[in-house]
Ligand binder design. Sequence first.
Ligand SMILES: [Zn+2]
Length: 263
Amino acid sequence: MLPRRCKRQQEALIVNSCRPYRRKWTLVVALTALTLVCGCQSRLISKDQEIQLGQDAGDDFERKYGRDRDPNRSALVKSIGANIERAAEPPDYPYDFRIVASNQPNAAAFPGGRIYIFRGMIKELDGNRDQIAWILGHETAHVARQHAVRRIERQLGYDAIIALIFKKESAARIASTVGSLVLLDYGRDNEFEADRMGMLYAHNAGYDPTAAVAVLKLFQEIQRREPNDFEIMFATHPGNKDRINHARGYIEKMGWNGAYYTP
Ligand SMILES: [Zn+2]
């Protein structure tokens, strides 16, 4: 028999451990109700909500980093982005390719189609169209393959999703949470997939897909040059060496001969 104090703790534990189940049932009931009303739920966040969420979070991200509106750079990214958008697979999203006013070499994809390339990345690539096309293709694949929205669904948790669906949660808080996730990598399988799809989109859009190998080698060079910054920006799983080997394997499988890598 447990002492009285321990029994109270045990009861408290049982009550606490039941809370997630209550939330889960609330979610199930809410989603069932939504399914009956609109017949649209196979995912937690609808496509319209995904687009709105990504745009809000993108606006928040821009307020934090600033937006680069240099006309030459903007025209370059818009024109390459438009070609990548035509090559991207369904579902169709309102893709919007923008430049962040930061000298870090980086890029990010928000759910619903807002894609950012950092000014520092364009400078590192010296405006090379094939290489920018692969970067934009990689980020576009994170949206098209719904890596971005699925991560948001996983990370926000039941409470925030319910609040989002019923518009109870502060839009600013959710936008800030989403913005803090976009610079993290997606994990091994999603990153490999985005690398492959990025090459396929670039190829189908008329660019040299072997540029992926040159960009990944550049990442290795930046890692040697600025190891601390690199840790923050490109601490990816898988590592760059694995990504280069994976990219080469895909190029060989597809039988592509390009200017940046010839099997
Ligand atoms: Zn990625």
